[in-house]
Design a protein around this ligand. Structure first.
Ligand code: AMP
Length: 395
């Protein structure tokens, strides 16, 4: 059988990220982004081989953008596209793994929208547009939450009145599952361990950040909760705050729910602490020039990350390794070393040269000799989504 091609789609409310994954090649045959959809400035950017190109697509919606993409995909796939994998943020308790999309699955994604009001409707826009354009192709939904459906109840329940869980689904779900799953598989391969008999801590550090405890290939705890706001300090998200903060701000400053939500999601985290940027690269540069806000933001980020990893270690029978991934985890030797410095009680320590070497896609172990394994593992959510889609094609 010739190697198969899967188009992976990740739809936001006004954007579509896409990648064409061939099962036999590690590089994407085509990848890109359609953004500002629905506006006069709508634009499609793509990369094929070493070539980059763009096309203005004024007022294009999701369907029009996907239609523009069609000839590019067919060109890059040599006319042979075998399936489409869609990233879907929230699968609630209904989805514990990837699923072939049919009317029931679409209805269930719709029904879960109250838990992810910004994301699931956008994901559905992409699914509906792709089904109209490719009615005969197998389409698969891969859920960010599905991997965490193995959490034990004592890890996923909040200490809140029971009806809020039973009747309204208020519980911890966790996100970034596709990434934590992918890197734990890769880590086991790199370490020469069987995934089914290994225990990992994983830190996905991008614009959104989360930690995860993975035992024998299953998620046992994770730092994000009902929404992706819980847990670590992130690019613009606060992570954990005192739950009374809402009422405090409403009472003392008269802020509305919308104002508070905006502040916690968009003006906090690295951005809020530094007063400068949500971007770790910029903060590292500013820190070198003595910027106090950038210095503090990095300290808070690393300390809270270390605290979360220590908490996650409660879910492990033993530690086979700590995994760093995501834009920050894969590139910031500074964040890795500051974080690990707080984890002496787990006996973690880094080899400074190995830590400095593992950047820009270089994977590998970075622990000091004689200490527990610490690995840098570049994530590849698109590839994992393509693998899940391929598995359902074969079935
Ligand atoms: P992601 O969402 O996975 O693309 O990650 C984005 C984050 O990774 C941003 O905070 C970037 O500043 C950070 N990042 C990317 N490259 C580097 C780098 N070389 N050093 C530090 N942070 C980086």
């Amino acid at each position: 059988m010739p190697a198969r091609n899967i188009l992976v789609i990740n739809c936001g409310s006004s954007s579509i990220k896409f990648a064409l994954v061939n099962e036999a090649h590690s590089q994407f045959a085509l990848s890109g982004l359609a953004e500002r959809l629905g506006s006069h400035e709508a634009v499609l950017h793509w990369q094929r081989g070493g070539e980059r190109d763009s096309l203005m697509i004024p007022n294009a919606d999701h369907r029009a953008a996907l239609a523009q993409l069609l000839p590019l995909v067919h060109g890059a796939a040599g006319g042979k596209l075998h399936g489409i994998g869609h990233r879907v943020v929230h699968g609630g308790e209904r989805f514990t793994s990837a699923r072939k999309i049919d009317a029931q699955v679409v209805a269930a994604i719709q029904a879960t929208a109250p838990l992810a009001p910004l994301h699931n409707p956008a994901n559905l826009l992409g699914i509906e547009a792709a089904i109209r354009l490719y009615p005969n192709l197998t389409q698969v939904a891969v859920f960010d939450t599905a991997f965490h459906q193995t959490l034990p109840e004592y890890a996923y329940r909040y200490a809140l009145p029971e009806p809020l869980y039973r009747e309204h689904g208020v519980r911890r779900y966790g996100f970034h599952g596709t990434s934590h799953r992918y890197v734990s598989h890769r880590a086991a391969e790199l370490a020469g361990l069987a995934l089914g008999d290994s225990s990992w801590l994983s830190a996905h550090l991008g614009n959104g950040c989360s930690t995860c405890a993975i035992v024998n290939g299953q998620s046992r705890d994770t730092s994000m909760g009902l929404t992706p706001l819980e847990g670590l300090a992130m690019g613009t998200r606060s992570g954990d705050v005192d739950p009374n903060l809402h009422s405090h701000l409403a009472r003392t400053l008269g802020w509305s729910l919308e104002q508070i939500e905006r502040m916690l999601n968009h003006d906090s985290g690295l951005q809020g602490l530094s007063g400068l940027s949500h971007d770790m690269r910029s903060l590292e540069q500013a820190r070198e020039q003595g910027h106090a806000g950038a210095t503090l933001a990095i300290e808070v980020f690393c300390y809270r990350l270390a605290k979360s990893l220590a908490a996650m270690s409660c879910a492990l029978p033993q530690l086979d390794g700590l995994i760093f991934t995501g834009g920050i985890g894969e590139n910031s030797a500074l964040v890795r070393s500051k974080t690990v410095a707080h984890l002496k009680l787990l006996n973690l320590a880094l080899d400074p040269q190995a830590n400095a070497r593992c950047i820009r896609g270089v994977a590998g172990p970075i622990q000091a000799y004689g200490h527990p394994r610490v690995l840098v593992v570049p994530t590849n959510e698109e590839r994992q989504i393509a693998l899940d889609t391929l598995a359902l094609l074969t079935n």
